[in-house]
Design a protein around this ligand. Structure first.
Ligand code: NAD
Ligand code: UDP
Length: 323
């Protein structure tokens, strides 16, 4: 059935791919974004589609729209982006969620929250199941993001319990792919940009910390499956690729696949940087019949190809005008 779908943060890395998929499926899609960490070029190819609409708006401010589904993707996601204006980051998670839940309540829409593995903090349980309550430093530099997302989950659950709002919560683990912001400071974008420029690859700490990287197409499949999944399954559900790599292994792979002569350099580890991270995706397998299919090597090849095709001068780091 054709739905009227709102995608907040729809011009971002994941949001733009989601919009693309939903437009191709024939839905009426409203993409809402303030372009804090993205640019219009991510969605210009959709602008001439009759079932796509782009609105510049900040979700911390109320907006009146009539929709059937809402994907709440708006929030800076990379540490360098979310720490740029930490108070704004919390407002985006908290006020933004309240505004989106308000629309969902009024319209009877289903609303999906893009939550994160960061709600587990620096985990003492490995791999992380949804039942694990996390180990977050509430006063550290990552807290604006981690605690904002935790409050957002609380708001979603309370709107559901108190007001019957139809919600979904997905906890997204590190996802990468074409259209990542080249200056977002995340590990995949940093390493590829550095490798292609022949610059030193910056390993933070000893590089033995781990992450589990999910290719963006697998992620988009999962969140669409969750939005349209069983009525009794609201989440939270972990979405990610459970194959775990050390950061040093990632650096070696990027160097190999890009044919780069870059050397590794060691920089200080940022505070509260999680030591290990791997999703337990048993629940997603059981309830959504989903699992990721793109191995890191294949996803990195595609991502490196995209990085080779872009002009870095078209991208800028966040500026005070937008934050
Ligand atoms: P992104 O920075 O590319 O996308 C976020 C989008 O939200 C951008 O287009 C940005 O301009 C927009 N935005 C930010 N604040 C806004 C506001 N106040 N009002 C309107 N728009 C605003 O990041 P992404 O990787 O595409 O992440 C999308 C969502 O998925 C985020 O909510 C993020 O927390 C979540 N997530 C992503 C990952 C990942 O690895 N990519 C992991 C966990 C969670
Ligand atoms: N990292 C790194 N070099 C970089 C950027 C990041 O070694 O240039 C490390 C970072 O310290 C962390 C991991 O890579 O341990 C993933 O970092 P990212 O910012 O991509 O995501 P997050 O820490 O939010 O999972």
């Amino acid at each position: 059935m054709i739905q009227r779908i709102l995608v907040t943060g729809g011009a971002g890395f994941l949001g733009s791919h989601l919009c693309e998929r939903l437009v191709a499926d024939g839905h009426d899609v409203i993409c809402l974004d303030n372009f804090f960490t993205s640019q219009k070029t991510n969605v210009t190819h959709l602008l001439d589609k009759p079932n796509f609409e782009l609105i510049r708006h900040d979700i911390t401010l109320p907006i009146h729209l009539e929709v059937d589904q809402i994907y709440n993707m708006a929030c800076p996601a990379a540490p360098g982006h979310y720490q740029y204006n930490p108070i704004k980051t919390i407002k985006t998670s908290v006020l933004g969620s309240i505004n989106m839940l308000g629309i969902a309540k009024r319209c009877g829409a289903r609303v999906l929250q893009a939550s994160t593995s960061e709600i587990y903090g620096d985990p003492e349980v490995h791999p992380q199941p949804e039942s694990y309550r996390g180990c977050v430093n509430p006063i550290g530099p990552r807290a604006c993001y981690d605690e904002g997302k935790r409050v957002a989950e609380t708001l979603f659950m309370d709107y559901h319990r108190s007001n019957g709002v139809d919600i979904r919560i997905v906890r997204i683990f590190n996802t990468y792919g074409p259209r990542m912001h080249p200056y977002d400071g995340r590990v995949v974008s940093n390493f590829i940009r550095q490798a292609l420029a022949g610059e030193p690859i910056t390993i933070f700490g000893d590089g033995e910390q781990t992450r589990s990287f999910c290719y963006r197409d697998d992620l988009v499949d999962a969140i669409i499956a969750m939005m349209n999944g069983p009525d009794d399954f609201i989440g939270p559900v972990n979405i990610g690729n459970p194959t775990e790599f050390t950061i040093r292994e990632l650096a070696d792979l990027v160097i190999e696949l890009s044919g780069s002569s870059s050397k590794l350099v060691q920089n200080p580890l940022p505070p509260d940087d999680p030591t290990r991270r791997q999703p337990d995706i048993t629940l997603a397998r059981q309830r959504l019949n989903w699992e990721p299919s793109v191995p890191l090597r294949e996803g990195l090849e595609k991502t490196i190809r995209w990085f080779r095709s872009i002009d870095l001068a078209d991208y800028r780091p966040p500026t005070p005008n937008y934050a």
